[in-house]
Design a protein around this ligand. Structure first.
Ligand SMILES: [Zn+2]
Length: 110
């Protein structure tokens, strides 16, 4: 797992808001903003600007802060699911490697 810096997160934010990031990129971004106040603010400002302009244009008013919170939570949930799937795959891979090793040992000592 590679850590990303604030500069990369800054570039990911607009794409995140567009929904154009891969799950891996979203995961990295979320991990980063969890610990980085600056980037969290950056995300919030980006979101408020984007959505704010759209809302004003369409005449809608909604609690945008709350909405961003929901969006982030939704992403967190997706990432958690992805991680569960991934660890499931690791377990399967681990088991396969174990079975293979066991077969080899049996063949050697047979
Ligand atoms: Zn940062």
């Amino acid at each position: 797992m590679t850590e990303i810096d604030c500069k990369s997160v800054e570039q990911l934010i607009p794409q995140y808001l567009e929904g154009n990031l891969s799950p891996e990129e979203v995961r990295r971004m979320l991990l980063h903003i969890r610990n980085c106040r600056d980037c969290r603010d950056e995300l919030e400002i980006n979101f408020l600007l984007r959505e704010g302009i759209r809302r004003v244009e369409s005449g809608e008013t909604l609690d945008l802060q709350q909405e961003l919170g929901r969006k982030l939570k939704h992403s967190e949930k997706n990432i958690a699911l992805l991680e569960r799937i991934r660890s499931g795959i690791l377990i399967i891979e681990g088991t396969a490697a174990f079975v293979l090793a066991a077969c080899m040992i049996i063949m050697i000592f047979d």
